[in-house]
Design a binder for this molecule. Structure first.
Ligand SMILES: Cc1cc2nc3c(=O)[nH]c(=O)nc-3n(C[C@H](O)[C@H](O)[C@H](O)COP(=O)(O)OP(=O)(O)OC[C@H]3O[C@@H](n4cnc5c(N)ncnc54)[C@H](O)[C@@H]3O)c2cc1C
Length: 299
């Protein structure tokens, strides 16, 4: 085996994959985290499989990154490999209302493509800025709709081997899917409803317009906390005076108390982000006795 390594992976194992040194702040939508890592973008599923087999055999750390819109970076360098599947998992195939979608396809691209073919029913979700793999992992949702009920099958890799799963209704929870830990999703099979192309395009457009009106300006990672049962985290945080709280260049939006934005062009620090999140959590705990849980995934 060659001793010539990029990150923890010997060059021979990387196959025909692009490797880049990256910083969390540059690849996540909030823009937090000075820590660096090696990002590997396999060109084909076979390259991905080889890389994952090696990772599994050597028991290396890895993370899959989608659009980074729910992921908060770290200030420490990552001792492992970050997999970016945009080159090998970007296709959409269709057979009637059954869509087989690469895990790196943006949700909006799927919604628009399906609408052109006369299928849809996911227009309320189309303003969520994630790729399908991230959207499924988070069971992303909006306006009472979630991705889970449209998903029929999931395909990917687990412990270095091919893996498939047909989730049932009980496998989906609010902003959670009962995926086995460490799974790498490559393809998602969805069943979409028959719709009128013109009407679906209209619904997509109106949802995108609504989002641009209500979404706070600036870099963010969406809602910070999950809603506790029967309550809205944003309302609780607002009553605790969280709007406008800040730590260095991270600030709770004045528009939305469950939303942190980064100000200016400088990267944010994960340590500041945690401090701000903990202060928000502390206030709600003190005033209402409720412990909020973050929706975000921390590196
Ligand atoms: C402006 C804005 C608005 C938002 N609005 C909403 C909203 O209305 N509703 C909502 O639910 N969310 C919302 N979000 C949060 C976020 O967009 C969603 O959670 C989205 O589903 C995350 O997708 P992603 O591709 O960015 O995933 P990432 O943030 O890159 O990753 C999220 C998690 O999924 C894992 N993951 C990603 N891809 C794969 C894969 N292929 N295989 C295995 N694991 C994978 C990652 O390792 C990580 O644990 C918003 C975010 C922003 C910035």
């Amino acid at each position: 085996m060659t001793l010539d390594r990029i990150g923890q992976l010997p060059i021979e194992v990387q196959g025909d994959a692009e490797v880049r040194r990256c910083r969390w702040a540059d690849v996540t939508t909030l823009g937090v985290g000075a820590g660096q890592f090696y990002r590997i973008s396999p060109n084909t599923l076979l390259d991905l499989k080889n890389i994952l087999q090696f990772i599994y055999n050597k028991q290396l750390n890895y993370i899959v990154i989608g659009a980074g819109s729910n992921l908060i970076g770290s200030d420490e360098d990552f001792d492992g490999v970050v997999l970016d599947l945009r080159k090998c998992c970007g296709e959409i195939r269709q057979d009637g209302g059954i869509f087989t979608v690469g895990s790196a396809v943006p949700l909006l691209r799927l919604a628009k493509y399906a609408a052109e073919q006369g299928y849809g029913g996911i227009s309320k979700l189309c303003g969520i800025p994630g790729l399908l793999g991230g959207v499924v992992t988070m069971n992303a949702g909006a306006l009472g709709q979630e991705i889970g009920p449209s998903v029929q099958e999931l395909h990917g890799f687990l412990e270095g081997r091919e893996w498939s799963w047909q989730p049932t209704a009980s496998d989906w929870e609010y902003r959670r899917c009962h995926l086995p830990s460490g799974v790498v999703l490559t393809e998602i099979v969805l069943k979409l409803q028959e719709v009128s192309t013109a009407e679906e395009n209209e619904l997509i457009l109106s949802e995108l317009n609504r989002r641009s009106r209500v979404t706070p300006r600036g870099r963010s990672a969406g809602s910070v906390f999950r809603n506790p049962p029967g309550q809205f985290a944003g309302a609780l945080l607002e009553q605790c005076g969280c709007k406008g709280l800040s730590v260095n260049n991270l600030r709770v939006s004045e528009q939305h108390a469950n939303w942190i934005v980064k100000e200016g062009d400088e990267p944010g620090r994960a340590v500041d982000c945690r401090q701000l999140v903990e202060e928000m959590r502390r206030r709600v705990q003190k005033q209402f006795g409720i412990t909020l849980e973050t929706e975000w995934r921390w590196v």
